[in-house]
Design a protein around this ligand. Structure first.
Ligand code: SF4
Length: 406
């Protein structure tokens, strides 16, 4: 399983952001709360986590003491074996990155950093309400390298208002100069209820590319990053070989994950849970040693569960084989023929493609989940068709493509 920890604090709220966080200078007693939640959910920890991901919000607002306290309480209070995790990722905001914090993270076991730059143009950063400039991003990289981190990724947002194609190309060049091993490129989504949504309604947001031009921009971005050795291993994520984010890859491969903290989501077997985005409610419930309020708590049918996990797999460049998938998820068996037909239709439209996994080299296939056929479900590997994945064009229109399988 994979463990996600939500740190729901930000120094200020970015006007485009739809994630749950509250604006605070300090984190108070928060560092010890996720461990209490973990103690209340023993069934969500059937084994030690394979990966740990600290996201937010702004995890760097924990500071060195808060970070150490959080890790110590997960180990000591909740008894979670963190040592077995092969990847520890922290999302870093350049504005709150310090040598002391990086040192504390390194000591605790963090081996992967994801720096939230969003842009490397100072004027754009001001316009989108970020509280750091491009130099702070560069400084974040230098500080992290000085503390021994080499697995450093960068997050960027494409099609921000007022950013021309030429400026975006410069942002990509500037990003590559920092030599990250991972780059996430998200298109700006106007989230309901945000200041950006109000500005869009009033027509004051600033100029953005239309859908077709945005697709061209993302396609050009893929070409630029591919020429530097990056593989687009998921719709919005690029990595150099063997530098994929194992936590997110695990989630897309359909593995279970447990999220702790307000607004954190989990997938455990058939159960889907999302905690309410309510820090006070979270704190009060845990003070009484009761489970925090849930915004979503569903038990899926095995069919629904299989479909959801299949759709996640199609987000990745390693793709999915419907037949192999049905061996691991027997509830998917009735859908195999239908899925293969749909994939063939998508292939005729240039949106999906079959490929032979034995000739597939883009990234480390040895990290694919081992597949062991059950003795109760004998299968003959010669009957397996190839895996399927979306083409780059399919990635661009994934929202409509993936609903074909829902
Ligand atoms: S984008 Fe990140 S830093 Fe900005 S408000 Fe959202 S979570 Fe906080």
């Amino acid at each position: 399983m994979h463990l996600y920890l939500h740190i729901p604090f930000c120094a200020s709220k970015c006007p485009y952001c739809g994630f749950y966080s509250v604006v605070r200078d300090g984190i108070g007693d928060y560092a010890r709360l996720p461990a209490i939640e973990a103690q209340l959910r023993p069934a969500d920890f059937p084994n030690a986590p394979n990966t740990i991901y600290f996201g937010g919000g702004t995890p760097s607002l924990l500071g060195p003491d808060g970070f150490e306290a959080l890790v110590a309480s997960l180990r000591e209070d909740a008894g979670i074996s963190l040592e077995e995790a092969t990847e520890w990722t922290v999302e870093l905001n350049p504005a709150s990155t310090t040598p002391e914090l990086l040192r504390a993270m390194r000591r605790a076991g963090v081996n992967r950093l994801s720096i939230g730059a969003q842009s490397l143009c100072d004027a754009t950063l001001v316009r989108i309400g970020r509280i750091h400039d491009a130099d702070a991003v560069r400084r974040g990289f230098s500080l992290a390298r000085a503390e021994g981190f080499d697995d450093i990724g960068l997050d960027l947002i494409a099609n921000l208002p007022g950013v021309s194609v030429h400026e975006w190309r410069e942002t990509i060049s500037d990003a590559l100069r920092l030599k990250p091993v991972h780059i996430s490129v998200y298109s700006l989504i106007i989230e309901e209820g945000t200041p950006f949504a109000s500005a869009a309604d009033k027509g004051t947001l600033g100029q953005r590319l239309d859908d077709d031009a945005e697709m061209d921009l993302l396609s050009e971005t893929e070409d630029l990053l591919s020429s530097e050795g990056f593989v687009r291993y998921e719709i919005s994520n690029y990595a150099l070989p063997d530098r994929e984010c194992r936590h997110n890859l695990g989630v897309w491969r359909g593995e279970d994950y447990t999220g702790l903290g307000p607004a954190a989501s989990s997938r455990n077997g058939l159960v889907r849970r999302t905690n309410a985005p309510d820090l006070d409610g979270y704190r009060k419930a845990l003070a009484k040693r009761t489970l925090p309020p849930a915004a979503e708590l569903d038990t899926l049918t095995p069919d629904e569960d299989a479909k959801e996990r299949f759709i996640y797999g199609l987000r990745t460049w390693e793709g999915v084989s419907p037949q192999e998938f049905a061996m691991r998820h027997p509830a998917a068996k009735p859908f195999v023929a239908e899925w293969e037909n749909r994939l063939a239709v998508l292939s005729s439209l240039g949106l999906a493609e079959p490929f032979n996994p034995s000739t597939f080299q883009p990234f480390n296939l040895s990290t694919l989940q081992p597949f062991t056929p059950s003795p109760l479900q004998p299968f003959n590997s010669s009957t397996l068709t190839s895996r399927w994945r979306l083409t780059p064009r399919g990635f661009e229109v994934c929202d409509s493509v993936l609903t074909e399988f829902a």
